[in-house]
Design a protein around this ligand. Structure first.
Ligand SMILES: Cc1ncc(COP(=O)(O)O)c(C=O)c1O
Length: 389
């Protein structure tokens, strides 16, 4: 299949296109949906074949015998990430927002502080607050147009009420692949302040050429307080399967998590299990390599186009297909640049403020689409800000 071929998703109950009018007032007939983090691409043929096998059989009973599924996850983590996973450490949740909620529930108490490096993926804060915990925002430092961690400032912020840190690695929305030194420092910070570290690595396969990601589980001295979260859903564009993995090496933490899963009656969705098993395969690996080469071209096209608009700056993407664009150089208030993008260009991107403090002057654009759509978006944006030339 070619990533260049547009696929019409309208009327398929996809949130990205079918809810755009309701949420942003932009009609999908003339607008471009560049918000929700899923891709405009069909997954590898092996995933489609797994689903076809299920529908051909036509029986949709409870799932059992997860050996092939667990083997596929262990194979993927070993070959793609140099991480040896014990299959008995893997839990399957209904995605990683569900995984986040379960971690907050299992490992913190109402009123506890949960630390986030902001701006960061918006569902973290929503989940923490809905569970009656407090979001503790540790602002990432913006240096030379990219985010860096700032432990000296964050040490001074801690009150002793914080019990967990949720890390987004690689970082959404900044596109950073954290270095092993930064990850080591994060582990030490958690140890210093007695925090459980939840490492959400849902984007860890989406690396641009030349980038290398370190899984937090391979960092020394953190295993006894670490919860890993991974998924095949972003990598292979199967987010609707709502299937994610929470992987816990520490026996005490594992027992607490297992008890919450049991208490809430969480068991796997058979469609997701079959899709993940098919995706984490040599065929899936080749598909991801092709995908990242394609996205690399999109990234260059988008960045060059944005660089051509005075006052706009896109963060250099090391991973993810989510481009974080700073509009502060235009001197415009968010309402004005948002109106130009949505009403003028008819492009829908995520509003930066929803990612927490520090995000206000940004919009996040999803560039995982046929190149023709990315080119169209760039031309629309250049037109909407043409008076700045
Ligand atoms: C960091 C991060 N975690 C989790 C999710 C969503 O996970 P799920 O669809 O498995 O609930 C996203 C989606 O964009 C994300 O960026």
């Amino acid at each position: 299949m070619s990533f260049d071929t547009p696929i019409n998703r309208l009327g398929t109950h996809c949130v990205k296109w079918d809810m755009m009018q309701a949420f942003y007032g932009v009609s999908p007939d003339e607008g471009l949906a560049m918000w929700v983090a899923d891709m405009e691409f069909a997954p590898p043929a092996a995933v489609q074949a797994a689903l076809e096998k299920m529908t051909a059989h036509g029986i949709y009973g409870y799932f059992g015998d997860d050996r092939a599924y667990l083997d596929a996850i262990c194979w993927w983590m070993a070959t793609r990430h140099g991480w040896t996973v014990d299959p008995s450490h893997i839990f399957t949740t209904h995605g990683l927002v569900n995984g986040t909620g379960l971690c907050v529930d299992a490992f913190t108490q109402p009123g506890d502080g949960v630390v986030l490096m902001t701006p960061v993926y918006h569902a973290f804060a929503r989940t923490i607050r809905a569970a009656g915990r407090e979001v503790v925002e540790c602002p990432l430092a913006l240096r030379d147009g990219r985010y860096e961690m700032d432990f000296a400032a964050w040490d001074a912020q801690m009150t002793g009420r914080e019990t967990m840190l949720i890390l987004c690695s690689p970082h959404n929305p900044g596109g950073r692949v954290w270095t092993s030194a930064e990850l080591q420092a994060t582990a030490e910070f958690c140890r210093r302040h007695d925090l459980i570290l939840v490492s959400d690595e849902i984007h860890h396969d989406l690396l641009y050429p030349g980038q290398s990601h370190t899984v937090m589980a391979n960092i020394d001295g953190i295993g006894d307080r670490l919860v890993m979260m991974t998924a095949a859903t972003k990598t292979f564009n199967i987010a609707g399967s709502h299937t994610g993995n929470v992987i816990i090496a520490d026996a005490g933490l594992r027992k607490r998590f297992a008890d919450r899963m049991m208490a809430l009656g969480i068991s796997p969705n058979s469609f997701g299990m079959h899709m993940v098993t098919a995706a984490y395969s040599p065929e899936g690996a080749a598909w991801v390599d092709d995908l990242m080469r394609y996205l690399d071209g999109n990234r260059r096209l988008f960045d060059d186009g944005i660089a051509g608009i005075p006052g706009l700056h896109s963060m250099p993407l090391e991973a993810t297909y989510l481009s974080w664009v700073d509009f502060s150089g235009t001197g415009m208030a968010p309402a004005e640049f948002i109106a130009r993008v949505e009403t003028g260009a008819k492009v829908v991107a995520n509003h930066g403020a929803t990612f927490g403090s520090g995000g206000e002057s940004f919009l996040r654009f999803n560039i995982a689409a046929p190149r023709s759509q990315v080119r169209d978006a760039v031309e629309r944006l250049q037109k909407a800000f043409a008076d700045l030339q």
